[in-house]
Design a protein around this ligand. Sequence first.
Ligand code: 5GP
Length: 110
Amino acid sequence: MATLFTKIIAREIPAEIVYENEHVVAFKDIAPQAPVHIVIVPRQEISGLASLPETGDHLAILNAAKTIAEQFGLTSGYRLVINQGEDAGQSVPHLHAHLLGGRTLSWPPG
Ligand code: 5GP
């Protein structure tokens, strides 16, 4: 089943794509929670961390996050978040990481 993010990857739904390679596509979140809020999505459709295969496009998320953080000049810090399931507030059933930066981030998250 095609998710919203599959459609963004296929350019069927517009998004401000800031980075992509053969494994991931990254775009600005439509409801940013920080001055920089980028969603990094593996091209492979995986519903979430709970159904992670041993190998695949998701392995490229960390390196993409590092590259995008450099691209946005986040030299004083940033955070990478993956929400899994209902309790964590996952709203799109296609694995994705949130890259948040550009402000001081409180801890622990809510
Ligand atoms: P989740 O809540 O599943 O961890 O994260 C989903 C994220 O996708 C949310 O932060 C939400 O704002 C973002 N989002 C939902 N719909 C769209 C959309 O159509 N375009 C973009 N760019 N982001 C979206």
